[in-house]
Write a protein that binds this ligand. Sequence first.
Ligand SMILES: N[C@@H](CCC(=O)N[C@@H](CS)C(=O)NCC(=O)O)C(=O)O
Length: 275
Amino acid sequence: MGTGNKPHLGRCVMSCELDFYWTISSPSCQGPILFLQQNNISFNAKKFDVRTQENRLNEAYGLLNPNRTVPFLNDAGFTVIESNSILRYLAEKYTSDSYWYPREIHSRSRIDQFLDWMNNNTRKSFQELVHLFFSWPDPMKRPKVIEDSVFGCEADWAFRLVSGLDAQYKFIENHWLNRNSYITGHYPTIADLALWGDVKFLQITFEEFKLNTRFPQVKKWIDRMDCLFGHYESSKQFVSVLSVMAQQFQLFGFPMTRSFKPEYDSDIRMDRQRS
Ligand SMILES: N[C@@H](CCC(=O)N[C@@H](CS)C(=O)NCC(=O)O)C(=O)O
């Protein structure tokens, strides 16, 4: 396994020129932050609160990163956007030819296939779902918007997204994790780190993706990943922020943890027809 287990979140032993911009609640930030910590790479942690749009409002950040999202890496003036590209860059620079991102062409191709597949599938569905449900700075103050989103025209969209994620989880279950303990084999790679945040986010916030019975291989995989990476302060904070968010939504009667099952969907349709 990795070179060390001690978390050193943003601690720079020597002068360090690696700036990592991130936010605690972001699943996309989890892969790079886990990689940095697991490999004892010194970096300056630059935290943004995306829920208050700090990343959008900070002019200096906009000049550095015109894309304005997190995660973002600035390596002594060389900048990298996109979490999967950040992972590839860090793995190549700091752990060259290790099991994280081996040079051997077939192993690397499997990892690349997964990273590209997840960007176009789970990450895409997941981000749309998050934008639909989580993009309000203070969800407690927005009952009308939430009400409209779930029972109004966006319910079909939400249902399609959840159904899509369901099919994508089946693919992970039956293809990627079919014979492997980790996404591409018997060791964790940057592919596993990339996926951890998204699966954890859904496990905490959506009943469908609690994984206990419906996706047993994904459940075993997330338990393995939690054992390896759950002890980092960043992982604990991530889980605790999400748990609070999920509770807020539950308190609120918002069906974050209720099933978007076909019968539920048809109830919505029937209600709509009646009204
Ligand atoms: N595909 C990008 C996604 C980046 C992204 O959308 N980040 C979100 C946080 S998960 C963000 O910065 N949201 C705030 C905003 O767009 O203002 C990646 O994997 O890095």
